[in-house]
Design a protein around this ligand. Sequence first.
Ligand SMILES: Cc1cc2nc3c(=O)[nH]c(=O)nc-3n(C[C@H](O)[C@H](O)[C@H](O)COP(=O)(O)O)c2cc1C
Length: 342
Amino acid sequence: MQRQMSGPRAPRQSLARARRLAVAPMLDWTDRHCRYFLRLLSRHMLLYTEMIVAQAVLHGDRARLLAYDPAEHPLAIQLAGSDPEPLARAARIAADWGYDEINLNVGCPSNRVQRGRFGACLMAEPRLVADCVQAMRAAVALPVTVKHRLGIDERDSYGELVEFVGHLSEAGCDAIIVHARKAWLRGLNPKENRCVPPLRHDWVLALKRDFPALPIVINGGIQTLEHAQDFLKELDGVMIGRAAYRQPWILAEADRLIFADDGPTPSRRKVLERLIPYAERQLTQGIPLHAITRHLLGLFQGQPGARAWRRLLSTEAQRPGAGVEVLRAWLNPERRIGSQAA
Ligand SMILES: Cc1cc2nc3c(=O)[nH]c(=O)nc-3n(C[C@H](O)[C@H](O)[C@H](O)COP(=O)(O)O)c2cc1C
């Protein structure tokens, strides 16, 4: 593909703002039910789908893969692939479904993903990744971003990272999200690759100095909004993964602290009350309650009643035919926890 010089696409103002805080794409975790729940904690942060293989978008069950609730906006879709043309077609379909950003996965180290020649192994092929970015940008009017690592295997010097990011920047990539550790493609499984290679946040800060015009989002090991605020002094955004999933309540202050929105901070009770009508709608479509409540395990983390809450979700909420009365009963002030924990 002909390489053209093109400046960063002016992001919709609101998306550049939303990017200040994002919840990471997490396979099997950030499905649509999880995202709906997280959206109740912050109106402004950017949410990401799980990784979706471009070929699946083209040939699979689109309603199952792509459907989401309008409340989830701003919402980015993460695609996986390494062939520019199908990626461009998948991006166009995603744009038609109303997603706000197209993100390319260049960070997943799993064997399955490597066999498909996508994910982190693409860090060894910066020109190909740049071609993918260009093809997707030509296909859609949305920002096209890339989530990647610091390096892979022996290809792990700062100079090689700069070369990789240089190709993305030249291809017009609208933002990069950098998981601030390398990946070992041989020898470590995906879980180990999220904790064994050391974090190098300093490299992401250095990238911003080397590419000041390129929006850069840092990811990896960030546990609190206070830590995120520190990075926001120098970077364009912070992406939080596991901490947001396991202790979602850390996001409850995001609108105030990160987005200067002084609207009311939600209470746990309000969040549950707002989730009930959603769960009711999903139940009528045959979705079991557990598909939604499995993402709520951490809601009362550190609160009185946290253990009883988790027990409720792993027993009553999992019973066949369980309905929203499980959640309503929890909220009932006569029950021990309702008023205290919410
Ligand atoms: C269960 C799980 C699934 C993940 N799936 C994806 C994925 O689909 N795409 C992706 O780019 N990263 C994926 N990741 C990596 C996260 O997006 C993130 O980069 C990583 O967890 C580091 O951030 P953290 O320390 O804030 O969790 C996954 C992580 C976890 C824990």
